[in-house]
Write a protein that binds this ligand. Structure first.
Ligand SMILES: [Zn+2]
Length: 251
């Protein structure tokens, strides 16, 4: 498959996968590579790993899962030997019902059923759940994983690369369409989650959406405001906004 890896900074890349246009990213240090999301199936992620090895000649030792939607995580079982990170709450979503939900979402979007069932069964719980934030050392480069949600799901993780001023946002930000809010979204918390993302990255960072082209802070702020209007809340912006009470009452 022809695939283009977009270089955002030296050692910081992302690609947009064919099909559902989801982002897979990677950050390389002197010693190891952190992969961000794993694509929709293990065949795809095995190919992605081969490409990352050719790009960086260092092992993928870390895998950050931005959230547990099939198009971002069903490739994870192929990322062998990597420590897997997700936001707190992700383990609790990997119930038998959660796994069958991943399969039904995948097949509803056109994935092949046997492969999706096999990948979902092989998907292990994350090794580390990030409650607030966690710094991962890659050798000469530190990357910050931060629990940013709930918002798009109950367990949303973002990845900040401070020296490159890049934030991988998962589906908390989407550029190629309206942010997708399914039954597992926490709509009234989403705007506050984006306040936290903007605080993390700052005004001059580049923000990598889960789907679509790389955007700037103004785009994220505008999407934050439109989500607040769309879901009828007016969560205050600025530091401390994430402390607001959970008022959505939904899944
Ligand atoms: Zn998603």
């Amino acid at each position: 498959m022809e695939r283009t890896w977009e270089e955002l900074a030296p050692g910081v890349v992302r690609c947009r996968l064919a099909g559902w246009d989801e982002t897979v990213g990677a950050v390389a240090g002197d010693e190891s590579v952190l992969m961000i999301d794993a694509g929709p199936d293990t065949a795809t992620s095995a190919a992605l790993l081969r490409e990352l090895r050719a790009l960086f000649t260092r092992p993928v030792r870390h895998l950050a899962l931005t959230h547990l939607h099939f198009d971002h995580v069903l490739g994870a079982p192929a990322v062998l030997g990597a420590t897997r990170y997700a936001a707190t709450g992700a383990r609790a979503l990997l119930t038998p019902e959660g796994r069958s939900g991943l399969v039904s979402d995948a097949t509803a979007h056109g994935a092949e059923g046997d492969g999706a069932r096999r990948d979902a069964a092989a998907l292990t719980a994350p090794d580390i759940e990030v409650d607030t934030s966690l710094t991962v050392e890659l050798g000469g480069r530190s990357v910050v994983l931060a629990s940013a949600g709930p918002g798009h799901t109950g367990a949303d993780l973002v990845v900040h690369v401070p020296d490159a001023a890049v934030v991988f946002c998962g589906d908390l930000v989407e550029e190629s369409g309206e942010p997708q809010a399914g039954p597992d979204a926490h709509p009234s918390r989403w705007a506050a989650a984006l306040d936290g993302v903007l605080t993390l990255g700052g005004p001059s960072a580049r923000y990598v959406p889960g789907h679509g082209a790389v955007v700037d802070a103004a785009f994220v702020r505008s999407q934050r405001d439109s989500l607040a209007r769309r879901f009828g809340n007016d969560t205050p912006t600025g530091p401390g906004a994430r402390q607001c009470p959970d008022t959505d009452g939904g899944a």
